[in-house]
Design a protein around this ligand. Sequence first.
Ligand code: PTJ
Length: 261
Amino acid sequence: MSDHDHETVPAVVDHEDEIPEDHPRYQDLLTRHRIEAGVEKGITHLQGMHAEGRGSAFDYLLGEETIPSADEAERAAAAQLLLADHPVLSVNGNVAALVPGEIVDLAAAVDADIEVNLFNRTPERLEAIADHLREHGAEEVRGLEADARIPGLEHERAKVDAAGIYEADVVLVPLEDGDRAQALSAMGKTEIVIDLNPLSRSPRAADVPIVDNVIRAVPNVTAHARELADADEAELRGILEGFDREAALEDAEERIRTGDR
Ligand code: PTJ
């Protein structure tokens, strides 16, 4: 079957099931649809569309696949989350729209809290995101109390739960802005960042930078965590020691610049 033989996409897609799975740009179309639906539901901020557009350009250059160095980072992230005393998964409007059920599955696999943390923070969006996560199986959603502050951050992303991100030892921050990534790092937290742009400040501030689409990265971290569920501490520490964050960033940049596999 050639690329031209796939079904065409209807002009108006009301539900993601209407996007033909054999379309060569299926994953990108699905992502766009979920972000649009997220905006309509009051979950995703309009700026989330710009963020998605940027991400999608990087993903295109990466070949829209999980490159081997990203898979290694995802395995290291799973090990880091399993070793944590108090891991927290931070969720914004794009993550809630793209991978709500997958975040709930990951939280269950590594026994993590889920906390909503928004750049464009409003009570309406917080509630809409918490409800959406609960609809996808989340039992407890943190971030609504916001009774603590990340030191050194002026904007709304500084607002966190004292019993959540503030106390966490390991934080997963997908699609993060650089300021908070650096501020969390300054608090001594171990950070796992998922971002398609390897040059962005957030993956550069991360202990474990994952240069991959959240749509692929989150379920793959969960798959590694399930596979490592019975691993002992020495094995998990060995995986982390064998992971080279600089090499992972360089490898992703090289792939984007040259297209070389
Ligand atoms: O929901 P809010 O209010 O917290 O706002 C969320 C956004 C994403 C709008 C806000 O944090 C923002 O403006 O982020 P930036 O500064 O645009 O950064 C987003 C980063 O995520 C960019 O480096 C993108 O390349 C990257 N990105 C976008 N889509 C994806 C992605 N990375 C992984 N997977 C994606 N699907």
